[in-house]
Design a protein around this ligand. Structure first.
Ligand SMILES: Cc1cc2nc3c(=O)[nH]c(=O)nc-3n(C[C@H](O)[C@H](O)[C@H](O)COP(=O)(O)OP(=O)(O)OC[C@H]3O[C@@H](n4cnc5c(N)ncnc54)[C@H](O)[C@@H]3O)c2cc1C
Length: 458
């Protein structure tokens, strides 16, 4: 295959595509809208803009190839999870508006499936929800509290509900299950198929996608590349974990790595002993996030945080490779599911996601400069980027819709601290969550470390 996606990723290996890389930008050019970055954010924006106004001249400028970034490498949870703390949302709006945003996210999970189907993208979309296991008394306490808080905020049993240990084990026969939590608002997808399929769909609507075209600077009305300037009324920054490399943006979004491993396809009898019928995505209640899915071709794809943040917000391909974290993920999955026996792990990969200082995702446009942006999704960008794309399309076209008044629109996060404070702070936060899990394992009680540090790492 001719395109340089993350070489060791399962999604890359099972893309089923032989497309040659697209041409770079040939020279200076003028467009109505220039979008920097061909991940989900950039491509969803291009998609909804081109659907709404087929006469718009739109260019997507991509340093590598479409889907090279987190969009082509993630856990494939197309979920209604939204990273911004509820308190931050409410501070800038109201509880009713915060709830409206979460409802829009649930609808977004459905919308992604709708477009995939209508555009003929075989993204292996299966809306099986998410199962979060409680694997200790402390985790169960946390999940219970989560449900209580959610119900007090206006979510109901159709949004999320507790499962008994028996029910939870019936869905995923893991070790040490004390209970669980289920939400229907998630679909498992093959992310690389979705992002590459989306690129083809927008191209067929007349959008120009230029690969191997790095943007060195974004400013009012322009994006500067090696081939010359692209001028445009609106320039959209859709660079997420890579944003810090752009002049003037070094402290806006911190790149933090998430890593994944995948098994070979498992025999039917192993699946019979594991469960996950209907392909719900799954996790457990530990502090250091882990996430898994049963893939359409019968593998387990499993990921987690735990890789260090790199000084100066550096993003390098070598940083996708963290043998210690890969080993931890394989061990965690085997511990969770002893049925795996000596099953082979065939893939290990990773990539950078993007975190704003206040953990708040945002989307917006500055009308005075024509500069637009979306991102800061942490680990929840698969569906959120679709909501961002629809919202950006409405903002660019100055449409007065329900989307443009959602409480994340126009939010400005404060900047990250300069180094070395940023490095110290982010890595201390990661370490604290690892320590909290260790503490809970030993004491079998909710972690005091997490209680003390949890609010600070947001
Ligand atoms: C391992 C992993 C697992 C994850 N799992 C999940 C999950 O299960 N569910 C979920 O919701 N989210 C998950 N996420 C997060 C999610 O993948 C991202 O939030 C989402 O894909 C971000 O999309 P994006 O288009 O904004 O950014 P990206 O997909 O990172 O795209 C940015 C693009 O911009 C390009 N670019 C950057 N700088 C420039 C430049 N200067 N000039 C031109 N092009 C440039 C990059 O090459 C890249 O293609 C995960 C992330 C990782 C890394």
């Amino acid at each position: 295959m001719g395109c340089a996606l993350s070489a060791r990723s399962l999604w890359h290996d099972t893309l089923g595509e032989t497309a040659a890389p697209r041409s770079p930008l040939p020279g200076p050019a003028a467009y109505d809208v220039a979008i920097v970055g061909a991940g989900f954010t950039g491509l969803w924006t291009a998609y909804y803009l081109s659907v709404a106004d087929p006469t718009l001249r739109i260019a997507v400028l991509e340093a590598e190839v479409a889907g090279f970034g987190a969009s082509g490498r993630n856990g494939g949870w197309c979920s209604a999870l939204f990273p911004t703390p509820w308190s931050t949302l409410v501070r800038g709006s109201s509880p009713a508006e915060a709830l409206r945003l979460h409802r829009a996210m649930a609808q977004t999970v459905v919308e992604v499936g709708r477009v995939a189907e209508s555009e003929g993208i075989d993204a292996h979309y299966a809306r099986g929800g998410t199962l979060t296991l409680a694997r200790s008394a402390a985790q169960l306490v946390r999940l219970r509290a989560e449900v209580d808080v959610a119900h007090a905020r206006g979510f109901d049993e159709h949004d999320l509900r507790l499962l008994s240990a028996h029910e939870a084990r019936g869905r995923l026969a893991a070790r040490d299950v004390a209970g669980g939590l289920y939400t229907p608002h998630c679909a498992a997808i093959h992310p690389a198929r979705l992002v590459r399929g989306l690129a083809t769909a927008v191209e067929s609507r007349g959008v120009g996608i230029f690969e191997h075209t790095r943007v060195h600077e974004i400013g009012p009305g322009f994006a500067r590349t090696d081939a010359g300037r692209v001028t445009a009324d609106v320039v959209v920054r859709a660079t997420e974990g890579y944003t810090a490399a752009l002049p003037g943006s070094r402290r806006e979004i911190a790149p933090v790595y998430s890593l994944m491993v995948a098994t070979e396809p498992l025999p039917d009898e192993v699946w019979d002993s594991i469960g996950l019928a209907g392909r719900p995505t799954f996790s457990d209640g530990r502090h250091v996030i882990v996430y898994g899915q049963r893939t359409a071709d019968g593998r387990l794809a499993f990921g987690g945080r735990g890789a260090p943040y790199h000084f100066g917000s550096r993003v390098r391909p070598a940083q996708d490779d963290e043998p210690r974290v890969f080993a931890m993920l394989r061990e965690t999955l085997r511990e969770l599911l002893p049925q795996l026996g000596d099953v082979r792990f065939t893939h290990a990969w990773g990539g950078p996601l993007g975190i704003a200082r206040d953990w708040a995702a945002s989307v917006g446009i500055d009308r005075s400069t024509g500069l637009a942006w979306a991102g800061g999704y942490v680990g929840d960008g698969v569906a959120t980027s679709n909501l961002a794309g629809r919202t950006l399309a409405d903002l660019v076209l100055e449409r007065d819709t329900d989307l443009v008044t959602l409480p994340w629109v126009g939010h400005r996060s404060r900047r990250w601290e300069p180094e070395p404070l940023r490095w110290l702070g982010i890595n201390a936060g990661l370490r604290a969550m690892q320590l909290a899990d260790w503490e809970e394992k030993r004491t079998r009680r909710p972690s005091l470390v997490a209680r003390a540090v949890g609010p600070l790492v947001h």
